[in-house]
Design a binder for this molecule. Structure first.
Ligand SMILES: NC(=O)c1ccc[n+]([C@@H]2O[C@H](COP(=O)([O-])OP(=O)(O)OC[C@H]3O[C@@H](n4cnc5c(N)ncnc54)[C@H](OP(=O)(O)O)[C@@H]3O)[C@@H](O)[C@H]2O)c1
Length: 325
């Protein structure tokens, strides 16, 4: 495994997203033993960046990771997120990045993760009711107290990134980025490069779709959030299958899997980028981390970069309202 720097934070260039172990996808929360083995296998393979959030569950994903990292905490850059649970207000899925909420959130995350510090603490979504300077100032205090090592933002726009960075340097921005979601390339990526901020692409496998293994939404159980996602609606899903097929065709040429090609394309976009593919299975963490060894030719990269745009938005209307694009 190779390693890169997100600003001055060294991480494996392929990380592990833990969300689906507890939340969001078919089978989430059903096999703790396999999830824990997946974390351990990732560490063995040299993965050092593991991603979770307070809202995943809520809470259960951080708890699971705390159990998985017992005795292994020092091998990992633990990244978690605040701001989607309002502790003194309306609870889960409500934006609150006020300094008071942050103080409560950090103590809970530290406890659940079984650690005395969080390596990378992201604001999960920008809170329109709290000036970002106040949030950044509160994170700066947590950093000075040693509870947090580095500050991150997720799905923040250029202006928010600049304003936050002026108060407390931002180490990484985590936003959706993959072969079928390229929206950050024009307005966000240039700002990150100008300010020397790393990029952590989430859903780098297109929520599983780009792996070619999702051929019908009948595969999804009732709790799977892809059921409401416009890209997976009856009409768009059928159109998007052509995209997955093109990735598969190129993967066959390369002698790799579609998942590996989707990750290799992201890695080719720069050495300031560390995707966090999500899986709850040992076999898939092995497959995904092996993408580190795959180098695509410039022709293959161009072919992938020229794929037609996906049909449908990448978020529901309500979710999209929380994004700054
Ligand atoms: N900041 C944010 O707002 C935000 C939003 C979403 C996600 N995230 C983070 O980003 C991480 C990754 O995103 P994601 O989990 O949404 O999407 P993803 O990584 O694009 O895809 C995950 C899905 O792909 C499947 N999968 C993984 N590897 C595979 C392989 N090699 N072959 C076939 N299927 C495979 C997984 O199923 P199995 O688990 O069954 O293998 C899961 O259903 C999350 O875990 C989370 O930590 C952050």
């Amino acid at each position: 495994m190779r390693y890169i720097k997100l600003r001055d934070l060294e991480v494996s260039r392929i990380g592990l997203g833990a969300m689906g172990m507890s939340h969001g996808y078919t089978g989430s929360g059903t096999d703790e033993a396999e999830s824990i083995k997946t974390v351990h296998r990732a560490l063995e393979l040299g993965v050092t960046l593991i991603d979770t959030a307070e809202i995943y569950g809520p809470y259960t994903n951080e708890e699971l990771l705390g159990r998985a990292l017992k005795g292994r905490r020092d091998q990992v850059v633990v990244a978690t997120k605040f701001g989607l649970v309002s502790h003194a207000g309306e609870g889960a899925w409500n934006l609150d990045s006020s300094p008071a909420n942050l103080r409560t959130a950090v103590e809970g995350s530290l406890k659940r993760l079984g650690t005395d510090h969080i390596d990378l603490y992201y604001q999960h979504r920008v809170d329109p009711n709290t000036p970002i300077e106040e949030t950044a100032g509160a994170v700066a205090e947590l950093i000075s107290e040693g509870k947090v090592r580095a500050f991150g933002l997720s799905e923040a726009g250029p202006d928010t990134i600049r304003r936050a960075h002026a108060v407390q340097p931002v180490t990484a921005v985590q936003s959706e980025y993959s072969l079928w979601t390229r929206g950050i390339e024009e307005r966000i990526l240039p700002v990150l490069r100008e300010l020397n901020i790393g990029l952590v692409p989430f859903s780098p496998l297109g929520r599983g779709f780009l792996t070619g293994t999702v051929r019908s939404t009948d595969q999804f159980d009732a709790s799977d959030f892809r059921r409401d996602n416009p890209r997976f609606s009856a009409e768009n899903f059928q159109r998007n299958l052509a995209l997955a097929d093109e990735v598969q065709a190129l993967a066959s040429q390369v002698g790799a899997t579609s998942a590996q090609v989707a990750l290799a394309w992201l890695l080719a976009q720069g050495d300031d980028i560390a995707p966090i593919p999500g899986t709850k299975r040992v076999s898939r963490v092995e497959e995904n981390t092996a993408a580190d060894a795959i180098t695509l030719t410039s022709e293959q990269i161009n072919t992938l970069s020229s794929l037609p745009p996906a049909a449908g938005n990448t978020h529901t209307e309500a979710q999209a309202q929380m994004l700054e694009r």
